[in-house]
Design a protein around this ligand. Structure first.
Ligand code: F6P
Length: 330
């Protein structure tokens, strides 16, 4: 962890990458904790893009009123291509300095944390990150903001699909979000009693799945549900069904792609709580002179993980779950 003796007098906060329910609760906590400590607070609109476009506004306690319960992000979000270049980041530093911003709180996923890491490594600019992503694909924390809400949304949608699935004795393939990570699929799949859960990180034999689904149909198992992460194989649920039809040409399967509905809606209590705790500690962390770390929660305690370690590839513990899934779905 890098220690900085100079205490920032003005701190900027931004949300970047895919939005996640609970980001507003984190912004609220960051701004109010900063104000409590007498720090000037600035909100940057549309993530790193807002720095480059000088879209920066002063914030006070009232700027973050009535947002703890709202999904999305009042600061808006974006994926900023210019930030991939060192020239873009150098321009960002100039703009931040012009606004008197001496440190940043970045709320977002792996791409956003990478951006913050570059600002620290290349320009020694103090940054801390708060993990905000529905994908939960960061090391150094048991939770990321938005994951709990996204999984609960997926579960409530799949529960509804089960009703019609059972009425028609049909096979349903439900695709949930997760381009590179299978945590949403794994969690929502287990919680809805899926027969199979397919994630980008692991390969599952199609022949085995086809044989097992066929056998379950024959013995009239009530529910035949497969939950697939969008990043599984070539084309998520659609690619899965194409492959399956090579083994079961007459299968009566329906695909339901849940999509961005999983990113919206009011954050759950859990997401509001972790966002509030992480937002508070992000400011405390900067004021203690700590920087270049992601705030996390492990075993219910706040912890700080260097950016590089937070970005270390996460190997999903899929194998450990496979046996449970198989036994419970029999
Ligand atoms: O934010 C994470 C995520 O929702 C992934 O699960 C998904 O693959 C991706 O973002 C979608 O991004 P976009 O909204 O830019 O299409």
């Amino acid at each position: 962890m890098v220690l900085n003796k100079k205490i920032p007098t003005k701190i900027g906060v931004l949300t970047s990458g895919g939005d996640a329910p609970g980001m507003n609760a984190a912004i609220r906590a960051v701004v109010r904790t900063g104000i409590y400590h007498g720090v000037q607070m600035a909100g940057i609109i549309r993530g790193f893009t807002g720095i480059l476009e000088n879209d920066i506004v002063d914030m006070d306690n009232r700027s973050v009123a009535n947002i703890i319960q709202r999904g999305g992000t009042i600061l808006k979000s974006a994926r900023c291509k210019d930030f991939y270049t060192k020239e873009g980041r150098a321009q960002a530093i100039k703009n931040l300095q012009q606004h008197g911003i001496e440190a940043l709180v970045v709320i977002g996923g792996d791409g956003s944390i990478r951006g913050a890491m570059h600002l620290g490594n290349e320009f020694n600019f103090p940054c801390v990150a708060i993990p905000g992503t529905i994908d939960k694909d960061l090391a150094g924390t048991d939770f990321t903001i938005g994951f709990d809400t996204a999984v609960n949304t997926a579960v409530s949608c799949i529960d509804k699909i089960r009703d019609t699935m059972e009425a028609h004795d049909r096979l349903f393939i439900v695709e949930v979000m997760g381009r590179h990570a299978g945590y949403i699929a794994l969690n929502s799949g287990i919680a809805t009693g899926a027969e199979y859960i397919l994630v980008p990180e692991a390969h599952t034999s199609m022949k085995r799945i086809a044989t097992s689904l066929n056998e379950k149909t024959k013995r009239k198992k009530l529910v035949n549900l497969v939950v697939v992460a969008e990043g599984y194989g070539e084309n998520g649920a659609v690619g899965f069904v194409e492959e399956l039809k090579k083994y079961l040409p007459n299968v009566d399967a329906r695909i339901s792609i849940l999509g961005h509905i999983q990113r919206g809606g009011a954050p759950t209590c859990m997401d509001r709580l972790i966002a509030s705790r992480m937002g508070y500690h992000a400011i405390e962390c900067l004021l203690e002179g700590k920087q270049q770390v992601m705030i996390g929660i492990k075993n219910n305690a706040i912890c700080y993980t260097p950016f590089e370690d937070a970005l270390a590839v996460q190997q999903i513990t899929h194998d450990a779950w496979l046996k449970i899934i198989k036994i419970l779905a029999s």
